[in-house]
Each structure stands twice: as C-alpha cells, then as structure tokens.
Design a protein around this ligand. Structure first.
Ligand code: SAM
Length: 614
C-alpha cells in the first residue's frame, strides 16, 4: 500500500476558497462507517486511524461518490474508465463563480441562475453540485457518448432533470449550435417557467416592455395558462439581453497522449499528482491542447456576448495564462480578465471574461488573496433572529457598529450579500461589560431596552451628559448630533427596502463640521445627506452643487489620508448567505490595532449574540 496522502495537501490548502467546506478534511472514519463501498478500500492502523490508498483509482472513485452522497445527497456513479472529479477543486470553481455572480449582483433580483457547463464529464459533477448546493440551472454539453450517457443517468437518478439539460455535441463545437438550438431553447424557457420567482420577475419585465400584455401572476403564484406564459417569457427574453448568467468549462488540457505521460512525470507545473490519474484519453487530450480549446471558446464567446454575461474557464498550465490573456485582449478591449488560483490535488487557474462594460471582474478577489487574508468568520445563529435573512443580520450588525461609533461605508448591498468597509478611531468595543456596569451604577439603564434583535425602529440613544433617551426613528431618517463627546453619529437605518439604494450609517469624528457631515454622506451617495448643509441663497443650485462636489473631492482626499493615519482598525465586513447559512466574514485591511483589533471587534459581536446589551 502506498503511504497515506492527505485529502488536501497542506501546501495547496492555502489556495482553497474560504467557504469551501473541505478546508476541514472529512472524517474517513465516519465515511467508512457509512459507506461499505468506501470501507472496502480503507485500512486501519493500530491506533484505529483510517488510511486510503490514493494511488488506487477505485479508492479515489469510492471517496468521491461517498462524499457526494454524504455531503450533498447526490447518488453518482462513474464508469471505470472515466475521470473521477476531486471535490475540493470542483467546489472551489463553483464558489469562485458564486463570488462573480455576487459581484454582478445577480442574486439581487431573482434566485434564478442559468448556466452552461461545457464538457460535463461522466459524473456531471458541476451541474449536479451547482443545482444541489446553489440552486442553479444548467445546460450541459458533452462530446463523448459514454460520458454523455453516464451524465444523463446521474441527472435522472438524482431527479434533477428540471434543473439540468444535457446535450450531446461534436467535439469541434463549443457554444455554437447549443444556444440557438430549439430543444435547448424550449428547455430553458420551461426551466424559467418553473421558477416562481422568475415568473414574477418576467411578469414585471414584460409589463415594462408591453404594459397590457402581462397580467400574469400578480400574487407570485404559479397558476397560469402555460402557453400564455411561454409567450410572455419569450417576450421577456427578447427584452432582457442576457439569457445565461455564466458559462464554465474544465477543458481537456493536453494536445497529445504523450504529453499526458510527460506531465505525469513532471511535478513542476501542475503540482504533484497525489492520487491515481483517472479518465479516458479524450477527456484530457484535445487537438492543439487547452490553448487551442480556450482560444476557440474566446472566439465563439464574441458571437454570444449578448446572451451570456460571464464566461469562465479553468486553465491547467500556468504558462498558458499569458497567452490566454493576450487572446482575450485581442478579442475585445472591454473584456475583464481575472486570474484565480484553484486547488484540488493539482493546481488549476481560472479565467473569467465579460463583454458587459458594467462588470469589473478583476475587482473580485483571487482565492490566493482571500486565502492570504483569511477572514474571521461569525456564523449568524438562526435561533436569535426572527427573520433569518442577510438584511436582518445586517440590521443587527449595523446596530452594533452604530453603538461602537465606527465609520461604515456600504460598498455593495443586495438581499443575499452586503459588503461594508469599517473604520474605527478608538477601540470602543473594549471593556463593554465594564462600561455597562459603570453606566448601571451611574443610573443609566442597560441600553438593550426595547430593542428587537432584528433592529426595529425604536432605539435608546445615549446623550453626552450620560443620560439616555428613547426615541422613535423612521427608517432612512438621519440624526446628526453630539453623541458622547467623541463622535457624532449620522445614521440611516437600513431596511430591507433600502438595500438596493446603498443607504448606510456612519459615525463622523467630532471635529468634523456639519459641512463634513454632508460631504461624507454625499460621497456615499445618500439622497438625504445634502439636506444636512444649508445651501447659501445667492448661488444657483447647480453652482452650489459643483462647488460642493469640488470641495468634496479635495476634502475626501485629505480626509481619506488623515483617517488612514488615525484609524486603529480598517476592515471589510461581508454578510452573506451561502446555502442555508448566513455568515459574517471580517477581513483585516489595516490600522494600528492590527489583526488583534479585528479579533476584539468580532469578540464584541460574539458577546452581543450571547448576551445582547446594545
Ligand atoms: C477534463 S474533462 C472535464 C469533465 C468535468 N467537467 C469535470 O470537471 O470533471 C473534459 C470533458 O470535456 C469533454 N469535451 C471535450 N471537448 C468538448 C466539446 N467541444 N464540447 C463538449 N464537451 C467536450 C470531454 O469528453 C470530457 O468529458
């Protein structure tokens, strides 16, 4: 038996996506107890530790199928002579795409995500995982008959034919003949039909395009005449540019069989192959190698730039990244390119491009960046929230931040994701309990008062002289007053409805004037903020606006610099929903308190969850 190999080598673990569940290796012991087909390949040492022979392709296959069953409730069979997918890599790719979609704010309006996977393979692993874990729908293509049949069986066995449609293609085709094909088109329409949320969305969009035409589904219920809805959806399709949200592909990377042997021997470029190579030759070899395959993909993507929003592919050879970037820049200057480290038992790189000028894909952090700056994670407990949603969680966190008098800038907000940058100038999160006790002694009641954990509109506001007053606040209303002698608070309470408008709360250092107050918030785009400062009578509104904007820029520049120098903590907080769970991820960005400061801030939040005082 070969020496035991780790499930994920520690050398490569740093390239794992932060949300990848396999950052924590699965328990082989548990798996072997549950799955006899996996147990058959396990050996036990004297201490009872389970070992798996990764050099045995059957053992690797049993591991993958057992994990798919245990962790995703997917029953998958893979023919002996076909590629066995390694799950950490496959999940990394999907999670990276989830980041891209979040960036594109696609989780904003509709839950419905439609994708294309080029070359699904015999396991059909990406569509199965994508459908099961993320709820996405897929059109999958496959050029090999045996893999196509096996993939089809896997989809049927998991009853996912409503979410996955497979098409057998010729190997010289990538997108052409797939997107425009009648069967594919009618399946995608039916797929849209099945999505209640999407129906409502369609109805709204159609109404915008042709007001009288769409009287369907006002209550968001699926009770409709199918033919009528199909017609409506067709109209919607004509109105909306993008039919597919993204495409993905793990292309065959070698140009000939000999190359696979050379690569097997070389550990340099692709990383050490830790487990037995699996798969038929055509799965790994394509004429001209991956360069030619991806170049063709780039060429064809130009034909469908109005139908597909984000194109992605994996690359298996680092040296090819530059060539592919060149091909992309020649194809269209409006492409955004992103290079991303992926990780499995070998290395892969991801590339994404788009022709949508509103998307800046290179703003999405690479896994390497994310891994180097690992976030601190706080899982939001369902039991403490009456509504378990990202906006509710954010309301609660926002309330804490407000209490801590830190500066908050909303960068991105949607129903499923919110990202804010936080600047703190004082470690207000320290000694909260002591402060609470002191306040109690001084006769100031604990400030949790009548506050609902989800952040209702009524709140206790402490004033400068140590007394507290309760007051009702309307969602979106601003207050700009002296707080406790150190900071002034300017608050827009965020409601679910406000999320799309990026309203936010921020604390402003005391020494800032009311002009600064308006500058900061106009910089943040709050429609309410301008009113804070009175506009002089003798200027026209436009002149005043120009003046203010000019001043804005200069003052913001100086203020930014100053704040960077003075801040003790700068961090990025992301509230997100992944599957059924809501989490807060906190990334350290800078500040004199270092990562300890971020740890303390998170500890404050944990304390609030355990025993709310705010
Ligand atoms: C490296 S395998 C990837 C399989 C699967 N996506 C995975 O990651 O496990 C590449 C797959 O693409 C298929 N393929 C090759 N050229 C193709 C083409 N032009 N269209 C669709 N599939 C293709 C191969 O048969 C093979 O199944």
């Amino acid at each position: 038996m070969a020496p035991e190999k780790k499930f994920v080598s520690s050398k490569l673990n740093k390239f794992m996506h932060p949300r990848n569940p396999y950052r924590t290796p699965p328990s082989f012991k548990k798996l072997s107890m549950k799955f006899p087909e996996f147990r058959a390949y396990c050996t036990y040492d004297v201490s009872g530790k389970v070992h798996l022979d990764f050099k045995n392709p059957r053992a690797v296959r049993a591991l993958t199928t057992s994990l798919l069953d245990q962790d995703f409730d997917l029953k998958v069979s893979i023919p002996d002579d076909r590629l066995v997918p390694t799950l950490p890599l496959r999940l990394n790719y999907l999670l990276w795409i989830e980041d891209l979609l979040t960036h594109a704010a696609h989780y904003d309006s509709e839950h419905f995500v439609l994708a294309i996977d080029i070359g699904v393979g015999a396991a059909c692993v990406y569509p199965l995982l994508g459908a099961k874990r993320f709820g996405w729908c897929f059109v999958g293509t496959e050029s090999d008959q045996l893999s196509f049949t096996s993939a089809h069986t896997n989809v049927q066995n998991n009853n996912l034919q409503d979410k996955i449609f497979l098409k057998k293609v010729e190997s010289n085709i990538i997108f052409k003949d797939v997107i425009g094909e009648e069967k594919v088109k009618s399946w995608t329409l039916e797929c849209k039909l099945r999505s209640k949320v999407d129906i409502a969305e369609c109805s709204k969009k159609c109404a915008e395009c042709e007001p009288q035409a769409s009287q369907l589904n006002p209550q968001n219920e699926v009770n409709f005449d199918e033919g009528q809805v199909k017609a409506e959806i067709k109209k919607t399709e004509e109105c909306s540019t993008y039919l597919y949200d993204f495409t993905m592909c793990n292309p065959p990377f070698f140009s000939c069989e000999e190359e696979t042997d050379t690569m097997k021997k070389s550990k340099k470029d692709r990383g050490e192959p830790l487990s037995a190579p699996t798969g038929a030759i055509h799965e790994k070899v394509t004429e001209g190698g991956e360069i030619s395959f991806i170049t063709k993909m780039i060429e064809e993507s130009q034909l469908f730039k109005d139908k597909i929003r984000i194109f992605t592919t994996l690359i298996g050879t680092k040296a090819h990244i530059k060539l592919i970037k060149n091909a992309l820049s020649t194809a269209s200057p409006s492409c955004s390119v992103l290079t991303e480290f992926c990780q499995g038992r070998t290395m892969r790189w991801g590339v994404a491009w788009t022709f949508d000028p509103s998307l800046k894909l290179n703003q999405v952090k690479s896994k390497k960046d994310m891994a180097t700056n690992k976030p601190l994670i706080l899982m939001m407990p369902r039991s403490l929230m009456s509504v378990y949603s990202v906006p509710s969680a954010w309301n609660m966190i926002n309330k804490w931040l407000h209490h801590l008098k830190v500066k908050v800038q909303v960068l991105k907000s949607s129903k499923y994701f919110i990202s804010v940058n936080v600047k703190a100038f004082k470690a207000t999160w320290l000694h909260q309990r002591r402060k609470e006790r002191q306040n109690m002694r001084r006769g100031v009641g604990a400030s949790n008062g009548n506050m609902n954990i989800d952040g209702n509109n009524s709140e206790i506001i402490e004033n400068g002289n140590g007394r507290s007053s309760k007051r009702k606040r309307e969602a979106g209303a601003e207050t700009c007053g002296d707080h406790d002698g150190e900071m002034m608070m300017k608050v827009n309470i965020c409601t679910d409805r406000d999320f799309k408008t990026n309203r936010c709360s921020e604390a402003i250092p005391k020494n800032q004037s009311s002009l600064d107050c308006s500058l900061t918030s106009s910089h943040l785009g709050s429609p309410h903020s301008i009113s804070v400062k009175e506009i002089p009578q003798n200027h026209s509104k436009q002149e005043n606006l120009k003046l203010t904007q000019g001043k804005d820029k200069l003052q913001n520049l100086n203020k930014g610099k100053q704040e960077r120098l003075e801040s003790i903590l700068r961090c990025n907080l992301q509230v997100k929903q992944s599957g059924a769970l809501i989490s807060l991820e906190a990334f350290y960005l800078g500040g004199s308190s270092g990562k300890d400061g971020l740890n303390q801030l998170l500890q404050f939040m944990r304390n609030q969850l355990a025993k709310p005082t705010v």
